[in-house]
Each structure stands twice: as structure tokens, then as C-alpha cells.
Ligand binder design. Structure first.
Ligand code: 13P
Length: 211
């Protein structure tokens, strides 16, 4: 896909996520990586529902602003994910309600903060570690994200929201939606005794659908 088509795709997915209530206000940011290693990323303080293709920011691999409106203050954690995951071509970060609620809970085990309730959660999201809290835009947040990115396609920022990487923007969005749905199921089940997938079932999925 050429750069213009990718700009259009960011606009389309931004509008879809906003229409579905997964993005609100000016929260969240999306990016895609171009062949030369630079990224297209949504501008800071922009609403994902009302993006304009020509205003989407372009940033080089070192974080320098090359064009468009000023980039998301989170561009640095997008770049950290791309550095650690060479196959990733898109990153989605939103503040969707159920996932953010999970990010605000106390977790005894922060290595995986959502149970493997369904096959699609295991296939699309996998283990979801909790990244310690840092202020949005803090470079320390980008470094904390880097520490998890190589071995996880999705992670949850404490008191903030998820980051999900994919080989395409569609793949990253689909995985994000799966994560939000699992968070919704988690609260729907509540105190009732859940029966998550067994280790054998998870290994079987990983064999049949390697990521
Ligand atoms: P930006 O508007 O700078 O992208 O920040 C939004 C956000 O979601 C911060 O976490």
C-alpha cells in the first residue's frame, strides 16, 4: 500500500473506532510504518473520528517530525514497538472503557491481566502484561513499553489503556477489538466462576494459529 492509501486507511479506521465508541474525545493514537522506517501517526490532540489524511503526522525512525501536524505525544512508544517488532506495520492505542477499567484494577500477577476466556482472545491478543504507570508522553513510558514489546503483541498501560501491534492496521484493530470484548466479558462474568481455556487448549491454538 502506498503512503496516500495508508493515510486514507488511518482516517477510515479512526472513524470506525470512534463510531464504535472505542475512541472518544481526542484520546488514542494510531500509526503505520512505511518501507523507509518512518511512521505515519495521528496528530496530537486530534479526534480519531475527524482525521484529515494530509494532516496526519510523519515522523522518522528517530522521532523527528517530517511533515503534517505535530505528532502524537505517544509517537515514541509507537517507535519503540516498531524497533522491537520488525514484522509490525501498525500500532493501535486507545482508551476504550472496559480495557481501561482492567488497567485500573489491582493485579496480583501483572504478567497477564486478562484470563484466556476465548480462543479468539488467545489467537489475536495472547498474554497481556501490565506496564507500570507513567505520565502520557513521558519517554520513560516508551522505554517501559520497549521492555515488553519484543515478546508481546499487546500490552496494557496501567491507569491508561492498551497498545496493540499488527502486521497491518486492520490486524491491529481487530486484535484491539478482541481485547476490548474480552475485557467486557471479564466484567460481565464478574464474581461468577469462569472456566478459562486450559493450558492444553491454549497450546493447541498456538500450534494451529502461530502468530
Ligand atoms: P495524543 O493526542 O498526543 O496522541 O495523546 C492521546 C492519548 O491517547 C494519550 O495517551
Amino acid at each position: 500500500m502506498n503512503e496516500d492509501a495508508l493515510r486514507d486507511e488511518i482516517v477510515r479506521f479512526g472513524a470506525l473506532l470512534y463510531a464504535r465508541g472505542l475512541a472518544h474525545g481526542s484520546a488514542g493514537n494510531l500509526s503505520v510504518r512505511l518501507d523507509d522506517g518512518s511512521i505515519l501517526v495521528t496528530p496530537t490532540n486530534s479526534s480519531l473520528g475527524f482525521l484529515a489524511p494530509e494532516r496526519i503526522s510523519k515522523v522518522d525512525a528517530g522521532g523527528r517530525h517530517l511533515g503534517g501536524d505535530p505528532p502524537s505525544k505517544e509517537a515514541f512508544f509507537h517507535l519503540a514497538v516498531y524497533e522491537e517488532r520488525p514484522a509490525a506495520r501498525a500500532v493501535v492505542h486507545l482508551h476504550s472503557t472496559n480495557a481501561v477499567a482492567v488497567s485500573c484494577l489491582c493485579h496480583a500477577d501483572t504478567s497477564n491481566v486478562l484470563p484466556p476466556l476465548t480462543a479468539y482472545h488467545v489467537m489475536r491478543v495472547g498474554k497481556l502484561p501490565l506496564v507500570p504507570y507513567f505520565r502520557p508522553g513521558d519517554r520513560q513510558l516508551a522505554e517501559a513499553v520497549r521492555g515488553f514489546a519484543r515478546s508481546h503483541k499487546a500490552m496494557l498501560l496501567a491507569n491508561h489503556g492498551p497498545i496493540v501491534a499488527g502486521k497491518t492496521l486492520a490486524e491491529a484493530v481487530h486484535a484491539y477489538e478482541e481485547l476490548e470484548e474480552t475485557a467486557k466479558l471479564f466484567f460481565l462474568i464478574g464474581e461468577r466462576r469462569a472456566a478459562p481455556l486450559t493450558c492444553e487448549a491454549i497450546e493447541d491454538l498456538e500450534r494451529h494459529f502461530p502468530s
